[in-house]
Write a protein that binds this ligand. Structure first.
Ligand code: ADP
Ligand code: ZN
Ligand code: ZN
Length: 804
């Protein structure tokens, strides 16, 4: 007998363990770890992943596997191990971790139905009412009553009805009809077989005979090339001289675009210097993590390309992660231009089907390079030689849903599994990564100058408090407006950047720039409209709303945040002759619109590109000579301890857009707090100085990289229930941890209610807490049932990036 341990698709009950099933005779040797199967589970049939094959089981009775879903494993052995580690690290279910590694299209959501196996009249009356003449019913339409469920259970046992799962591949593979010649007929005289008069058929066969043996040619192409008819082809197919085959066609989203071959420049001295250790690591299978810090325009991408070249020479494969918003055609072109069809692109704007296609190209070893956003880190390569994470500081590398993993963490795990290097690249590395590089955990590589000695742009800081005193209430300072006019006169381009609006509202004095901060946490207080109070979202501190500024007694104290649309209207009034393209969530929601707008700007169809953070990255247009930041403070005052770091990163990125080519660039940053260190250091492009100062703050207030954080969020429709549960959890945590570990809260989440559920959170600050994960796991298990039945929501986020 052969058995399989199966990880089943239920997220309630005893779930992190594998269940034993017998492998039916006909499936022995076919079933392999990593395949998906359908198994009976209680009265139902559900999906699961084969975890392990064994020759024995400790159980007396085991049910057989019902069905095999995949003809090949969708998860490699590496992925199974990675899944286990991921589940432990992020405190999530193993099944969730496994599911997250395969594309959504094959993660088919099964539809559950009840099927009649007998005549309806033999059923108990309650079930007859459920079926009411139909042979099957959707599980979801069955009344949620105990009595009905127990009669369902009995009927299932008596085999009067059965429960079925409709698991189907939602994504239909696109196929094209193609023709292949029957090899038996190669080199024969076709007239002998077909008769002299079948001229058309003879012509087709003779043409095929000149092609490669077994070559498959789309039927449309044959008909077009030979000017023949479908009828003629059909006759030959009937005679089995030609075979008609359905061939899979990939939906290549980039196929209609022609990629210019990318020129391969001579490396600069500093580039050579940086590349050497990376090439050595590739050659010697060293799992080093490199932190490549290079100012904007220093040629980091060229380093990536050369390192990949080396990997391909070795016959290995590479993954390149870029943040979703910089996965622009420009970026893709550089990789496709250099490596052509060896590249698969995994983009979130692809349809599920398109993603599935790209994934299968990797699975079938048809490509060697995968370029994509966060989830591309799971690209199922088996001979990985390098993983690159560009803009490694980006928050979007953290998945904000279970499993809450960070792509950097996964990349390093895979690097050590494959014995291959990882490159983390950025102009402004996260403080966590920089600290690790300083301690020698990562190897630091630096590119300090721009390629071709292009100067860093000059940065002007405008104090918006002074503008207000001068009576200028518009979103544009005099200086910025003047510089925009200059660009229009000189026929150059400008980008204007407006920070996204924070989810929460903060309060600022427009006269002196004062913002209210928590006395305990060094973060901005958030205004709660209903109670008219200012609150801290880390520790729960609160105070009444201000009406005058405590610093300068001005009454110009108000909420902050302006939309892009409003700014566009103002801009059109101030500069009616300017052609403006606005890019924000509203104008880019349609698929492909993001690309179109950028293309239009690149073609010079507009003078000013106005947008949210989606324009801060990856733009590389030679005619941009001015970058403006309308309100540097919006991000600075988010209730998040990383607010300063994010502001510095953003300002640096925006500055990086200007003057990348021959024309020198200029930057204007408007702010109410010109003396803030994140703004001062952005002015001088001084990452080193910024990080030093920021590290001081982190150390004083006990944040990463000095402390680790974990965030527990509790949500429910009933506010009392949320508060009680949150209190219980907090006191359980306090009693379980060592005294050095701090538990803050519970307190209201920055977004206090989502979808009618009230939200509270507890933050854990720790340095060394070996039992942390098992304690958090206890919470997850303790509330599992309530989460499944009572709409209670508990999320555990290790190393959180967002505090909303
Ligand atoms: P980064 O990724 O650091 O911002 P890029 O790799 O985009 O920088 O390089 C900036 C520009 O310099 C690009 O247009 C790129 O083609 C060009 N470039 C990079 N390396 C070289 C080189 N060695 N010689 C000439 N041009 C280069
Ligand atoms: Zn003030
Ligand atoms: Zn606080």
């Amino acid at each position: 007998m052969m058995y399989a341990k199966v990880i089943v698709d239920v997220t309630a009950g005893q779930t992190n363990k594998a269940f034993d099933y017998r492998i039916p005779e006909e499936l022995i040797d076919l079933i392999l770890p990593g395949m998906r199967v359908i198994v009976p589970f209680g009265p139902r049939k559900i999906q699961g992943f084969i975890w392990e094959i064994t020759e024995n089981t400790e159980l007396d009775r085991v049910k057989p596997i019902s069905e095999m879903l995949d003809p090949y494993p969708v998860l490699t052995n590496e992925m199974l191990q990675l899944g286990q580690w991921l589940a432990e690290e992020t405190v999530c279910f193993l099944i969730t971790a496994l599911q997250s590694m395969i594309p959504s299209a094959i993660r088919a959501k099964p539809k559950k139905i009840l099927k009649l196996s007998t005549e309806e009249q033999y059923l108990p009356a309650s079930l007859q009412a459920v079926f009411a003449g139909k042979s099957s019913v959707d599980w979801n339409t069955i009344p949620n009553e105990k009595e009905i469920f127990s009669s369902i259970k009995q009927a299932v046992e008596k085999e009067e009805i059965e429960v079925d799962y409709l698991v189907k591949d939602k994504t239909k593979k696109k196929t094209i009809q193609s023709i292949r010649m029957n090899p038996q007929y190669r080199g024969v005289r076709f007239a002998d077989i077909l008769g002299n008069r079948a001229k058309k058929q003879i012509a087709v066969m003779e043409w095929f005979d000149t092609r490669y043996p077994d070559e498959k040619i789309p039927i449309k192409e044959v008909i077009d090339t030979l000017q023949t008819s479908k009828h003629t082809m059909q006759q030959l197919i009937t005679k089995e001289m030609l075979f008609l085959e359905e061939l899979e066609e990939y939906r290549d989203p980039y196929s209609d675009r022609f990629f210019e071959p990318d020129p391969r420049p001579e490396l600069t001295g500093q580039q050579k210097h940086v590349l050497a250790p990376v090439r050595t690591a590739v050659d010697h299978n060293q799992d080093t993590t490199f932190l490549l810090r290079g100012v904007t325009g220093s040629g980091k991408t060229e380093i990536y390309l050369r390192a990949i070249e080396k990997v391909l020479e070795k016959g290995e494969e590479a993954i390149v992660l870029v943040p979703e918003i910089s996965l622009t055609p420009q970026m893709v072109e550089r990789f496709k231009g250099r490596f052509g069809s060896k590249v698969a692109v995994l983009h979130s704007a692809l349809s599920a089907g398109e993603k599935y296609d790209e994934w299968r190209k990797i699975h079938r070893k048809e490509v060697q390079v995968a370029v994509g956003a966060r989830s591309a880190v799971f690209a199922p390569f088996e001979k990985l030689g390098l993983i690159i994470i560009d803009e490694e500081h980006e928050g979007s590398y953290k998945q904000e849903d279970h499993p809450r993993y960070h792509a950097r963490h996964i990349a390093i795990w895979r690097g050590s599994y494959h014995k291959c290097p990882v490159i983390l690249g950025s102009a402004t590395p996260s403080l966590e990564s920089y600290a690790r590089a300083k301690r020698g955990v990562y190897e630091l590589l630096e590119l300090k100058e721009r390629v071709n000695n292009i100067a860093m742009p000059e940065v002007n800081i405008v104090d918006m408090r002074k503008e207000l005193r001068k009576g200028n209430r518009s979103a544009f300072s005099e200086l910025l407006l003047q510089k925009l006019k200059d660009r229009l006169d000189r026929n150059e381009q400008a980008v204007l950047f407006l920070n996204r609006r924070g989810y929460s509202t903060f309060v600022m004095c427009r006269n002196c720039g004062y913002t209210a901060e928590c006395p305990h946490c060094e973060i901005t207080l958030t205004y709660h409209h209903t109670q008219r109070k200012l609150k801290c979202h880390y520790c729960g501190y609160e105070e009444p709303m201000l009406t005058t500024c405590p610093a300068c007694e001005s009454e110009h104290i108000r909420f902050f945040g302006t939309g892009t649309q409003k700014v566009e209207e103002e801009l059109t009034k101030l500069l009616p002759e300017a052609r403006v393209i606005r890019m924000d969530v509203d104008t880019t929601s349609k698929k492909g619109s993001h690309e179109k707008l950028l293309q239009a700007f690149g073609n010079g169809e507009a003078d000013i590109l106005l947008g949210t953070q989606m324009i801060a990255k990856g733009l590389d247009f030679p005619r941009i000579t001015l970058a403006g930041v309308l309100a540097a403070d919006t991000m600075l005052h988010l209730p998040d301890f990383r607010a300063s770091e994010r502001t510095f990163q953003l300002l640096t990125q925006v500055s990086g857009r200007a003057g990348r080519d021959k024309l020198t660039g200029e930057v204007v940053i408007q702010t109410y707090t010109p003396d803030h260190y994140s703004i001062e250091h952005a002015k001088t492009h001084d990452y080193e100085a910024f990080s030093l100062e920021e590290m001081g703050h982190r150390k004083r207030s006990g944040y990463p990289p000095y402390y680790y954080l974990a965030l527990v969020t509790i949500a429910h429709e009933d506010v009392v229930k949320v508060m009680q549960t949150a209190e219980k959890i907090a006191s359980f945590l306090r009693s379980s941890f060592s005294p050095q570990t701090k538990v803050l809260g519970p307190t209201v989440s920055p977004i206090a209610r989502i979808k009618d559920r009230y939200r509270y959170q507890c933050m854990i600050k720790y340095r060394n807490e070996p039992d942390l994960k098992s304690i958090l796991n206890k919470i997850a298990n303790r509330y599992q049932k309530e989460m499944a039945t009572d709409k209670l929501f508990i999320s555990i986020d290790m190393n959180p990036q967002m505090f909303m």
